[in-house]
Every structure is written in C-alpha cells, then in structure tokens.
Design a protein around this ligand. Structure first.
Ligand code: GDP
Ligand code: MG
Length: 185
C-alpha cells in the first residue's frame, strides 16, 4: 500500500539542514526538486523509501505572526501541512533561544517532532548523553536520533523514524524522477 508523509526539516541556520537533506537524498533514489513554491513550504527533496514517499520541506511556518498575512500563514501551519517535523540541533547541552522558540511553535502547531542531534562526530558520548537529556526535558519528542549528516551516520535510523509518520495515500511525485542538483548550502 502506498504511503506518503510531508516532513518539515526545521532548525536554526548552520545546524546542518542542507547537509542532512543532501545526505538523505544520497542515501535513497530521490530528487531535489526544482523548488515549486506554491505555498510557504518549499519542497527540497522527495525520498522514496519502500512503500513510503517522503516529501521534505524546509522550515516553513515557524515564524511569529506579526501581520494579518502572518497570522493567516501561522494558521495554515497550525492546521497543517506537515505530518511531522524533524528538529535539527547541534550537540550542545543547553537549548539556545532559537531552539526554545521552535519547540514552543511545534507545541502550538501540535505537530509531532523527531529530534535529530547532528554533528555527533564533534562530541564524545557523555556529552551527547547530556544533550539528549536537556532536550528530553524540554519537549516530548517522538524520537531522538543522533546523526552526523556529514559522515552519513544515523541516517537510516532517522529515515525509519520519518517513515513511521507516513499515512496511506498516493505517491505525489513519480518515483523515477531524479536530479543531481544539490540543495543549496
Ligand atoms: P543549514 O544552514 O542548517 O542548512 O546548515 P548547512 O547544511 O549549510 O551546514 C552548516 C555547516 O555545518 C557546514 O559547514 C557543514 O559542513 C557543517 N555540518 C553539517 N553537518 C555536519 C556534521 O554532521 N558534522 C560536522 N562536523 N559538520 C557538519
Ligand atoms: Mg541550508
């Protein structure tokens, strides 16, 4: 049975979102799309994972509503397009203001979130454990997956967690679509 999931990759600049998207695309036959922009959710990649097609989007709605348009967009996000969000963070054992704000917005949007702790190649295990515990206290994540987007570590586990959010439904893009156009860093 075909399934699909719309997944938003969120996180502050420089945590490795583009590197992760490219690494996931490298892992599976997939496309980095030619960026259709029909909504505020920019599609960055389509990943075909067995029965499931994962549509990855970059950080959309997690903006504060400051204007009427902003409020409207905020509502669109709340009501929402994403089946799950992958929150990408650095392996730092205290949350920055941007992480705290993103978590607040995840909660408001009531969207399930997977925590991807990236750049684990730069820390030792005890440090990683304190990062996990800091984030576990901050939010009830559906899963916590340590990864190194750069070294390709933990990506299968992360794909597995994303796949759990796939709902029965048609594949939205042809499976043989392919481009080697990398996501802009
Ligand atoms: P974005 O702004 O979230 O899209 O982040 P980028 O993907 O552009 O990455 C920001 C920087 O972090 C780049 O210099 C990447 O090479 C680096 N980076 C990304 N993933 C890893 C990783 O797993 N380990 C290390 N050491 N560096 C990484
Ligand atoms: Mg980027």
């Amino acid at each position: 049975m075909d399934k699909n999931a719309m997944i938003t990759i969120a996180g502050r600049p420089n945590v490795g979102k583009s590197t992760l998207t490219n690494a996931l695309v490298g892992e599976k036959v997939a496309i980095v799309s030619n960026k259709p922009q029909t909504t505020r959710n920019r599609i960055t990649a389509i990943i075909n994972c067995g029965e499931a097609q994962l549509v990855l989007m970059d950080t959309p709605g997690f903006h504060r509503a400051r204007t009427r348009l902003g409020e409207y967009m905020d509502k669109v996000v709340r009501e929402s397009v994403a089946d799950a969000v992958v929150l990408v963070v650095e392996p730092i054992a205290s949350l920055g203001p941007q992480e705290t704000e993103l978590i607040k917005q995840l909660r408001a949007a009531r969207v399930p979130a997977i925590l991807a702790i990236n750049k684990i190649d730069t820390v030792e295990k005890p440090e990683l454990l304190s990062v996990i515990s800091a984030y576990a206290q901050a939010h009830d994540f559906a899963a916590v997956v340590p990864i190194s987007a750069k070294r390709g570590e933990g990506l299968e586990a992360l794909l597995g967690e994303m796949e759990k959010f796939a709902q029965p439904g048609p594949h939205l893009f042809p499976e043989d679509m392919y481009t080697d156009q990398p996501e802009k860093q």
